[in-house]
Design a protein around this ligand. Sequence first.
Ligand code: SAH
Length: 365
Amino acid sequence: MSESALETEIRRLIRMAGPMPVAQYMALCLSHPVHGYYSNRDPLGAAGDFTTAPEVSQMFGELLGVWAAAVWQLMGSPASVRLVELGPGRGTMMRDALRAAKVMPDFRAAISLHLVEVSVVLQRRQRETLGEIDMPAHWHAALDEVPDGPAIVLANEFFDALPVHQMVKQEDGWHERVVGLAPDDKLIFGLAPDPVPHFDSLVEPRVRAAPVGAIYEWRPESLGLGLARRVVRGNGAALVIDYGHLESSPGDTLQAIGSHAFADPLATPGEIDLTAHVDFQALARSADSMEARVHGPISQGDFLRRLGIEERATALKGNATEQQARDIDSALARLTGGGSAGMGELFKVMAFSHPDLRQLPGFHT
Ligand code: SAH
């Protein structure tokens, strides 16, 4: 297989500066401004590399639209609210959410829309999907660019795409896992020569007890902290939906996907998707440290059922052909079901909010 343009660039960087942390490799692969995976393609859908919940069924975005409207009411129905989405993909979820929110005209009238998207290709796609929307809409490359104020933030399959550091436990401490060059010039995984001082004292006891050779993944906290600060200072809530684990624990979850199949993370950098599980405990810790109220995490299946996905499916089937009714049933099973084919158990939902928002829709027990 021929070398990708990004591979040439990565080799050059390694020759110049030495092996790079996995997190830096992942950041280059996904969002290098010219050759990054997200910079130059639309990876979603059946013809792309992967499919996400909003692409499975309109029900997903509709329920999140109703969720956002209910949260806005709990916030005291502010006259102006920023509806923010992180990594909106094709814009499908937001389109469905805004359509469903038409039942609450006062909410819709209060919205200014903020879409946070690094990819120019996907920004264009989002503008097409949303069409001529009847509300102010702004695109940003980062959350920091969204002005302060009351906000409802939605993020589906966004955090898994953020660069992850991998640490490997050795006798003398935790070493950063790096990407370097083998004698034959192929990209290979390796370890930084020195352990990171005191890393052991920063991790949960469960992680500290891991055997030599174990891998532990962590992401910089800045985005979680930024989101929490925003909802605490400006009032509001953020909803994070992603695959991941409930508790910080050791494990190598870095995975590469191309054309709906697993691939080698070091092969064809920039041309395959790289993701790693989200550590919901770490995210909750960040939110907690900013004094945000944490809701969940709970499974996606439970969350969607509590928001009424089964009733919504029944209503849609009332006007459907037989084939459409079968499609609605299979989408419902995919979104809420367990097992390897379903997203209902693997995906988790967590929210954080202003401390006065004691209970958010979908999280009551
Ligand atoms: N939420 C969508 C798309 C998920 S794919 C859905 O559920 O279908 C991940 C999305 O995050 C893409 O839109 C990608 O371009 C965007 N993205 C990835 N890293 C980003 C970053 N650092 N900042 C902003 N957007 C990013």
